[in-house]
Design a protein around this ligand. Structure first.
Ligand code: APR
Ligand code: PHB
Length: 389
């Protein structure tokens, strides 16, 4: 087979890139290791920056987002007996949209199928060949048969555990990682949200987050130990602990119910450089991971797609390679800012096992400063709603 762009990975990065290219008449083939249902069963975050919403509009996949997503003009931060609001509208004029990543992925699959764009599921043994030449190709097996795709470019959108990053010679790669000494225990419950805006809560018992998907579907998280086992956390145990980490007035009106999904996720910051090697370009989790505190995972994957899509479009429409040659630098510049914000917000809102009293007072002083200082709130709001592309 031959295509212009071989896309490895049928997650949100790969599908968004494929859809944007398709609308500019640029062909691609998406290779996905799992089934569509498996990909859609993964519960991920749900706060979208305007940049991502704009790309979904350009990709013709924003109708349901606008019909069912919630526009949030602010968020709430709680610590001790304090709770204050970061007003995105006041500080940036820009809201965020609360709409599940699973729904974004579902909309992208629908658009891809409607456009008749090829997706090959259940692929195995994906190997990238000749990425450092002008005639790369990809081989893979499906149903036991080996297939080959010749292409101009390869987009590695295959997440942290994919093959693309590892295809870049180790001596050319520089990797940065920070593993946090705690995880997030998250549940999904068909209950009305305790608050119409998200609540990020720092308590002596640890962090908690109250988020939502719709008027009757909540996504709640508590900081837990990395050694915790999901079996140790009954729904009742979760609700008891969650209540203790909410401001009293919120806890009093919390509606509880059975969880329909419950999982523990580790927290990690990770970046690999460069994000390009010859004709291979890394996007999203294949190149970087952020702790979920700042809701930057999907949004930073989207900015990668923005730079790569525009670079490829420029290449095919004008012959200029300027955009693709600047891809790694442009993408990494925004990635590191998202990494910094996610690290800063995680450090501010979580309790560390080895935290000293002085560290603790530093957190409180930083929260006090954020609560009382407009410039600090503006900086947080600008990062939260999304820095310009
Ligand atoms: N061949 C084909 N597909 C693969 C391979 C492979 N060797 N390895 C992994 N994949 C697929 C995975 O099954 C997955 O569906 O690549 C896809 C990668 O999708 P994601 O992990 O969702 O990564 P990305 O599309 O970059 O989306 C980033 O996902 O994890 C969240 O917080 C993260 O929100 C961010 C978003
Ligand atoms: C979520 O809704 O799952 C969510 C929201 C905000 C975050 C992280 C996760 O910071």
């Amino acid at each position: 087979m031959r295509t212009q762009v071989a896309i490895i990975g049928g997650g949100p990065s790969g599908l968004l890139l494929a859809q944007l290219l398709q609308r500019r008449g640029i062909d691609s083939i998406v290779l996905e290791r799992k089934t569509k249902d498996y990909v859609l069963a993964r519960i991920r975050a749900g706060v979208l920056e305007q940049g991502l919403a704009g790309l979904l509009e350009e990709a013709g996949c924003a109708d349901r987002l606008h019909a069912e997503g919630f526009s949030h003009d602010g968020t709430l931060i709680a610590y001790g007996d304090e709770m204050f609001r970061i007003d995105f509208k006041e500080h940036t004029g820009t809201p965020v949209i609360v709409y599940g990543q699973t729904e974004v992925t579902r909309d992208l699959y629908e658009a891809r199928e409607k456009a008749g764009g090829p997706i090959v599921f259940n692929v195995e043994d994906v190997v990238i060949h000749g990425a450092d030449t002008n005639t790369p190709h990809v081989t893979y097996t499906v149903d036991g048969t080996t297939q080959r795709i010749d292409c101009d470019f390869i987009a590695g959108c295959d997440g942290f555990h994919g093959v693309s990053r590892k295809t870049i010679p180790a001596d050319l790669r520089r990797e940065y990682e920070k593993v946090y000494p705690f995880g997030w225990l998250g549940i999904l419950s068909e209950t009305p949200p305790v608050s119409h805006e998200l609540i990020y809560s720092n308590t002596p018992r640890g962090f908690a987050l109250a988020s939502m998907r719709n008027e009757n579907l909540c996504r709640y998280y508590i900081q837990c130990s990395v050694d915790d086992n999901i079996k140790d956390w009954s729904d009742d145990a979760f609700w008891d602990e969650f209540k203790k980490r909410l401001p009293a007035d919120m806890a009093a009106k919390l509606v509880t119910g059975p969880s329909i999904e419950k999982s523990i996720a580790p927290l990690r910051s990770f970046v690999t450089e460069p994000m390009r090697w010859g004709r291979l370009f890394l996007c999203g989790d294949a190149a970087h991971i952020v702790p979920p505190t700042g809701a930057k995972g999907l949004n930073t994957a989207a900015s990668d797609v923005h730079y790569l899509y525009n670079g490829l479009r420029e290449f095919y429409e004008t012959g200029s390679a300027d955009g693709i040659d600047a891809y790694s630098a442009n993408a990494l510049s925004r990635v590191w800012k998202a990494e910094r914000f996610s690290w800063w917000f995680s450090s501010l809102m979580h309790r560390y096992p080895d935290q000293s009293d002085f560290d603790q007072r530093m957190q409180i002083a930083e929260l006090e400063f954020l609560r009382s200082n407009k410039a600090a709130q503006k900086a947080m709001a600008e990062n939260y709603v999304g820095l310009p592309y």
